[in-house]
Design a protein around this ligand. Structure first.
Ligand SMILES: [Zn+2]
Length: 318
C-alpha cells in the first residue's frame, strides 16, 4: 500500500497555492475560519451582533450595535499579528507539513522573517494544537506510558572521575517526565511532571471509568488496578504478549524523540509540555490531509482567546 504521506489526498494544500491566492483571498480565508457559522461574515466579539460596518481599507469592522472596532484576528491567538495573511497562512502550511516538527529557524528562513517572529508564531501554533487536544475523557482501550526528557549529564572522560548517573545526587534536577495516555486508534493526551508516577492522577482525571488500561510493569501504575480493568506488559520479557501492549504509546514517544533529535535538538525545559502536545496532535491527525490540518490549526487559533503566554511577548522588551 502506498504511504499516506505520498498520496494525493495528503497534499491538498501547497505553499504554491497559498502564495498564488494573494492577500485578499488569504484574508477571506481567515474570515471564514474565524466565523464559520456566518460563512465568514463578521460577528462582534463584544456583543455578538452580526451587523457591522466594514472598514475595507483597514480590514477592520465596526459593530452597529456597540460601536466596538475589531479585526479578524482581534482577541485571538493571532492578535497584533506582524505578518501578512498570506505569510501567516504559509507559516501554518509549513508548520503542519513537518511530520517531525518544524524549527523556528526553518520558518524564519522559508518566510524571510526575523527569527523571533518565527519563534513566537511557532509557539502560538503549538498553543492552538494544545487547545485542539483538550476534550472529553478517553475511553475504550487506553494505553499509558511515560518517558524522561532533558537533564542529560555527560559522563566524565576518565573512568575514575565518573559518577553513577542513576543516583539522584548526580543528576541535574532538570529531568522531566512526559506521560502519554492514548486511546488505541483514537486520541491522545500528554502531561509533563517531575516523575512518571505523577501520571497516575492524570489517568484518573482523563480516562473514563469503564476503559481498559494497558500499561507496562512500572510499579506506580499498580494502584490503578483497583479503579480500572488494567492489563500489564513486562517489557523486559516482550513488547506484546497477546494480553497487553503499549505499542501506540511507544510510537508517540518515537515521534517525540524524532522531533527532539531531528528538528529541535533540545525540547526539555519550560517548553516540553508544548512540544509534547504538538507531537500528540500530529499523531492523532497523521491521516488528515495537510489542507484540513492547516484549517484545524488556523481555526483553533482563531477560536482561542489571546495567548497569555505569547500575547504580550513583544511588550516585554525582550
Ligand atoms: Zn458589538
Amino acid at each position: 500500500m502506498q504511504h499516506f504521506l505520498l498520496s494525493a489526498a495528503a497534499r491538498s494544500i501547497s505553499l504554491k497555492a497559498v502564495f498564488k491566492m494573494g492577500e485578499d483571498k488569504a484574508y477571506e480565508t481567515f474570515c471564514q475560519l474565524r466565523w464559520p457559522e456566518t460563512e465568514g461574515e463578521a460577528v462582534c466579539p463584544k456583543c455578538g451582533c452580526v451587523e457591522t460596518y466594514n472598514i475595507t481599507s483597514r480590514r477592520r469592522f465596526k459593530c452597529v450595535g456597540c460601536y466596538h472596532q475589531f479585526s479578524v484576528t482581534s482577541g485571538t491567538i493571532f492578535a497584533s499579528r506582524k505578518l501578512s495573511f498570506t505569510d501567516l497562512l504559509a507559516a501554518i502550511v509549513i508548520f503542519v507539513n513537518g511530520a517531525k516538527g518544524v524549527s523556528a529557524l526553518q520558518v524564519s528562513r522559508d518566510l524571510d522573517v526575523q527569527y523571533k517572529t518565527a519563534f513566537v508564531l511557532s509557539h502560538k501554533l503549538r498553543e492552538a494544537m494544545a487547545l485542539e487536544q483538550m476534550g472529553e475523557k478517553l475511553g475504550g482501550t487506553v494505553e499509558v506510558d511515560g518517558a524522561y526528557f532533558g537533564g542529560y549529564v555527560k559522563p566524565a572522560n576518565e573512568k575514575e572521575n565518573r559518577r553513577d548517573r542513576r543516583k539522584l545526587a548526580n543528576q541535574s534536577g532538570k529531568r522531566q517526565s512526559v506521560v502519554v495516555i492514548r486511546e488505541r486508534d483514537g486520541d491522545s493526551r500528554t502531561f509533563v511532571g517531575k516523575s512518571e508516577a505523577a501520571g497516575v492522577a492524570h489517568v484518573r482525571a482523563h480516562v473514563a471509568a469503564d476503559a481498559v488500561l494497558h500499561a507496562d510493569e512500572a510499579g506506580h501504575w499498580d494502584v490503578l488496578h483497583g479503579e480500572y480493568e488494567a492489563k500489564r506488559i513486562n517489557h523486559s520479557e516482550s513488547y506484546s504478549d497477546g494480553v497487553a501492549c503499549t505499542n501506540q504509546a511507544e510510537s508517540f514517544f518515537s515521534r517525540l524523540r524524532r522531533m527532539e533529535i531531528g528538528t529541535h535538538h533540545h525540547i526539555a525545559g519550560p517548553y516540553l509540555a508544548a512540544y509534547a502536545s504538538e507531537a500528540s496532535w500530529r499523531e492523532d491527525n497523521r491521516r488528515v490531509t495537510n489542507g484540513d490540518q492547516a484549517a484545524m490549526v488556523a481555526g483553533a487559533a482563531l477560536a482561542a482567546p489571546q495567548s497569555r503566554t505569547w500575547g504580550g511577548y513583544w511588550q516585554r522588551g525582550a
